[in-house]
Each structure stands twice: as C-alpha cells, then as structure tokens.
Design a protein around this ligand. Structure first.
Ligand code: F6R
Length: 604
C-alpha cells in the first residue's frame, strides 16, 4: 500500500526519493507526489496515476532540493485524484501519511467550523490541518506533532517536513516506518519499507509506536533524535544494519517478477532446508521443544492464511496437536477464546499486514506467546514476536504471492518435524531436496504443457479448483491466484463439497481444476465424474501415467508424487501458479501489479 520515502542531506533529494518510490511501486498505488524545498518554499508536485506521470512533471522542472518527502498513495479516503495525492502541504508544513485516521470526519467538521480550509477529501489532510492549528498556538513543531498525533485515532505513519528547518520528522502507530542513516555521506532517510533504502542507508532505526523521530543534518553530520509524546527523550527504538540487497529488483531473463519468483522456489527450498536443518536456523527450531501449548492459534490473511491451513494439517497429522486457524480480520473481532498458556502463530510475507498485526497484539495483551513465520526481517510482526521463523524468500516483488507461500508452508513443516524431534532423520533433507528437484522439473518440463492447456481454457467463464484433505488448501490458493492476476471468477472447494451446492454452476462454460492426490484417489475421481456428467471441462493435476485419470480428464497434468508425502501439496501448488500465470498472460493483465491490489495491506 502507500509508500513513503524522505531524504535530507547535502545532495539532491529527488534521485533517492524517486528511486525509493520506484522500488515500492510493487506494493500497489494509484497516485504519487513529492514535496521539495525550492528557494526556501515548500513546493509540492503530485499527479494521479503511475509514478512515471510524476517523473515527467519533475523532469520538466529539473529541481534541486536537499530535503524532500515522496509518497505513492493507495486510495482509502477520497477518490484517485491529484488533489487527494500526497504530500499535503501549506506554507508551514508538508505531510505524507500511510494508514487511516478513524476520527477524521469528526475532526474535519470541527476544524471547518473553526475556519480551517481543506483542499482534499483525504483523512491525511486532517493531520496537516491539526498540525498547523497547534503550531499557530505553540510555534513549536515537536509540540504540534505530539498534540496532533494524540488527537487522532487509528493506525498510521506520518513523515513531516517544514519550511522553518531542514529537519525531517516522523512517527507512527502500528504502521511500518524506518529511519535510515548514512554517516559517511551525512544523509538521513525515512521510509515505510527498508527496501527503499537499500544501498543508501547502512544503518536503520525502527521507532516504536508514538515515538517522534527527528532527523537533523548539520555541518556534514547526521543526528537522529527520538522523543516520547511528552517530548522527553526516548530510547524506544531498535537499530539494525541494512542487510538487504537490490538484485531482487531485476527480473533477470524473466518477463515478469511473478515468473522469476516461481522459478526461484526450487533453489530457495534447498537453502531453507539447509538453514533450518544444518545452519543457523537449527537452534531456533530446536528451541521449539521448550514450548508447550494445548492449542495453537494461527491467524493470517490471503495466501498466508492458505499456508496456515497447510501447516495446520502438519501440526494435526504429524504432531497430533490442536490448531485453531482464523482469517486475521475475523479473529481480531470475534472475541476469540484465548488462554495464557497458549501460543499464537502469525504468518505473513510482509510482516506488516494490519489485521495480522492486530491479532498478534490481541494475543500478547491476553498473555499468549507470539510466534511468527515471516519473510521480512525487521518488520513489525518480526519485531513484536517472541520467536520468529524466517522463511528467507528474499524480496517478493510480484503482488501475487508465490515463493512466500511455499517457504511459509515448508517452514511450518520443519517446525512440526522439530516438535516431534525428527530433525536429525536423514529422510527429512532428502524429502526437501526431492521437493526442490520435482519443482525444478516442473519449471523445465511441464511449463510448456501447462501453457498449452492455458491457451485452451483461458476464455472459459469460471474455474472451480477442487482438492481433498491436504490438497484442499491448495485448491483455495490456486483459485485465489487465478482471480488475482487473471481477473476471472474462480473458487476453491473441497472436492466432496461440490454436490452440496456449487455443482449447480457446472456446465460447459466452467473448468474444474481437479487436484487428485494418491490419497482418497477413487473418491476424488467420483467427484470429477460428477462434474464431467454435467459437461464441465476437466483439468486433472494428479499422479502421472494413470489410465483412469487420462480417461476422465480433458486435460491432464501428470506429476510424480513418489517419495514426497507431506510435501506434495507444495509441489502441486507450483503447477497452479504456472497455470494462473499463463492464463493471466493470455488475458493480457498486469501480472506483477494486478488492478486494485496492494502488496502489503497496511490498513484493515
Ligand atoms: C495473494 C497475496 C495476499 C497476501 C495477504 C497477506 O497472492 O499476496 O493474499 O498473502 O495480503 O499478506 P502478508 O503475507 O504480507 O501478510
């Protein structure tokens, strides 16, 4: 969702801000803007639409400003217009905002009654106007920021620059925010994502909620100060070196990031296996045995929730442990039954998903331990968890999650094996290597077949993905991927559930992508027959060289399940990732940045 990048230092801020915003484009946005200081005045340049529109406007002016803040907006309050784009500013302050001010309409009404004027329909401008109001009363920027922040309700991150100084201010509540420092070049940065600062700021600061951070660049030196809202000095922040690399920003030989990320899975699986079984991760997994819980509470969103369903199967089948799993936006408001001796496990690629973070907070408030399976080290979820299990997927740029799903599920599998003290069993590494090998085979052999099938089915009206048992979450994930990137109606169903309703949809315009595992084989075939009898088009993804499947299928993708056992859902899923990719490509959609979607959903 919204991206923020700010700069203060001796050089032109325009370059690093536009580069940072470009890196954050993958998160999804609909307008972009920048505020610079030109001849002592705050000047805002902004435009609806792609970042390129803003870049064109900026290149026409070719400005130099040693301080600036930039923003890509994903509309929440107010339509996609240039006026609603950020920054919002006046002759005193300019502000960029990520999040939602929940009491904005009440505050706006009061401020209008007091004579203040608004130029946009956004909630964000309310913060600017509050700031201006308090500044007119105090002539003190820090006090004004503190008062404005205390007045608003909701989760947000703000970056503020002012006409009166070259300081950058920022603060947040339950929203991502990172401050960067480069001592050598005397430059200060701020962003909503450390990825924007890779190569610029070797040292990162993560302020905690309600800590005001002030970056000052003076006499060739950067200093970063932290204050509580009562303006006493604060030490509530964490520091970290920026260890990320930027090679992830290149697509390499692939046409899309999504395709690159699907192909990366095989080698990432090998690396993750080695990390957890033989490398630094081993200690983390071993420690799991010290924790006992009568019930695990899993919460996550979207694809991460599907990975949670796969992991639930592992915990239940391998460990015989109870798992309750909920979609995070449901969990947080359902008054869940939680006990202090239980553990919450939160699964997230970004570690910044607002609903998932709210669940983590809820569990912590109720005294539960909080674990995470997360990709982004240093993310809010990571920082707030008692124990983190990193998936080491590298940056995932494609909005539709692929490699993160696979590595989340694999991490969960290894956790489950650790709980059963199986980590030293040689078969474990072999299974992981086999999975990696089979996925590599799909990438090099089956892709052609999958692409060909896609050309035959992509114009059909609807798609029903079915699977039983451990393949049911894969049916859900396959359907989600297809609707996300191909904009076509798709649903995931437990195969046995079809006849309880959805079978009414079946005719020759509907494709059934039927996942058939070696388990419950005959029963799943019967489900396919039911669809076939109603003229549905059948694409079978199942064990290879099977005559029965060949008979029943219109299209057949045969896979080698031999030896994969518990990891076979991850294998099947890669076929579905390719299928969605090729259908989307035939439909000509924006595969890496599907419409209406954001990579990191930082509002609820
Ligand atoms: C789907 C997708 C989303 C995310 C969901 C959670 O392809 O990417 O459904 O899985 O928004 O995001 P994270 O994992 O960052 O919490």
């Amino acid at each position: 969702m919204c991206g923020i990048v700010g700069y203060s230092g001796p050089n032109n801020s325009v370059g690093p801000i536009l580069e940072g915003l470009t890196r954050l484009e993958y998160r999804g946005y609909d307008s972009a803007g920048i505020c610079l200081k030109l001849e002592g005045e705050l000047e805002i340049i902004k435009k609806e639409g792609k970042l390129d529109n803003l870049k064109t406007l900026i290149s026409e002016k070719n400005p130099f400003s040693s301080i600036g803040i930039g923003h890509t907006r994903w509309a929440t309050h107010g339509g996609v217009t240039t006026d609603n784009a950020h920054p919002h500013g006046n002759e005193i302050f300019a502000v960029v905002h990520n999040g939602i001010i929940e009491n904005a309409s009440v505050l706006k009404k009061e401020l209008i009654e007091q004579g203040y004027k608004f130029r946009s329909q956004t909630d964000s401008e309310v913060f600017l106007v509050l700031l201006t109001k308090f500044y007119s009363e105090t002539s003190d920027t820090l006090k004004s920021i503190s008062r404005a922040f205390k007045t608003i309700v909701g989760n947000s991150a703000f970056v503020i620059m002012e006409k009166a100084s070259d300081k950058l201010y920022c603060l947040k509540r339950s929203a991502p925010l990172v401050v960067g420092e480069n001592d050598e070049t005397a430059e200060a940065y701020v962003s909503s994502d450390p990825f924007a600062l890779v190569g610029y700021a070797p040292k990162l600061y993560f302020p905690q909620d309600s800590v005001i951070c002030e970056s000052v660049v003076q006499n060739n030196k950067v200093s970063i100060h932290f204050y509580e809202l009562d303006l006493t000095e604060s030490n509530r922040y964490k520091t970290q070196s920026n260890v990320m690399t930027i090679d992830a920003t290149s697509k390499g030989p692939y046409e899309h990031f999504m395709l690159k990320e699907i192909h990366e899975q095989s080698s990432l699986i090998d690396k993750l296996g080695a990390y957890y079984l033989k490398g630094e991760g081993r200690k983390k997994l071993d420690e799991l045995k010290n924790f006992k819980t009568p019930t695990w509470h899993f919460a996550a969103c979207g694809t991460a929730w599907h990975a949670g369903l796969v992991i639930k199967n592992y915990f239940e089948q391998i460990n015989r442990q109870r798992v309750s799993i909920e979609i995070a936006s449901e969990f947080r408001y359902k008054n869940p039954i939680l006990n202090k001796d239980e553990i919450g496990l939160f699964i997230s690629q970004s570690g910044e998903t607002a609903d998932t973070l709210a669940c983590q907070e809820l569990c912590e408030e109720q005294g539960l331990k909080s674990f995470s399976i997360v990709n982004v080290e240093g993310s809010t979820l990571f920082r707030n968890a008692d124990k983190n299990f990193l998936i080491h997927a590298g940056v995932e740029i494609g909005v539709a999650s692929t490699k993160a799903f696979t590595l989340q599920a694999l991490t969960g599998y290894l956790m489950s094996q650790s709980i059963n003290s199986n980590l030293d069993e040689p078969r474990l590494m072999s299974e992981i290597q086999l999975l990696s090998h089979r996925i590599a085979e799909i990438c090099s052999h089956s892709e052609v077949l999958i692409k060909e099938i896609a050309t035959k089915i992509y114009l059909h009206k609807g798609f029903i993905f079915t699977g039983r048992g451990k393949y049911f979450p894969i049916a859900l994930e396959g359907a989600l991927k297809l609707k996300e990137i191909a904009y076509v109606h798709a649903e995931g169903y437990a195969a046995g559930e079809l006849k309880h309703g959805p079978i009414a949809l079946i005719d020759e315009s509907i494709v059934n992508i039927a996942i058939v595992g070696p388990e419950l084989f005959e029963k799943t075939i019967s489900n396919i027959e039911e669809v076939k009898a109603r003229r549905g088009i059948i694409v079978v993804v199942g064990p290879k060289d099977n005559e029965e499947l060949k008979q029943v299928a219109d299209f057949y993708i045969g896979l080698d399940f031999e030896g994969l056992q518990d990891l076979s859902p991850l294998y099947v899923n890669v076929v579905l990732q390719f299928l969605s990719y090729h259908i989307a490509k035939l439909k000509g959609t924006d595969i890496d940045k599907p419409r209406n979607l954001a990579k990191s959903v930082t509002v609820e």
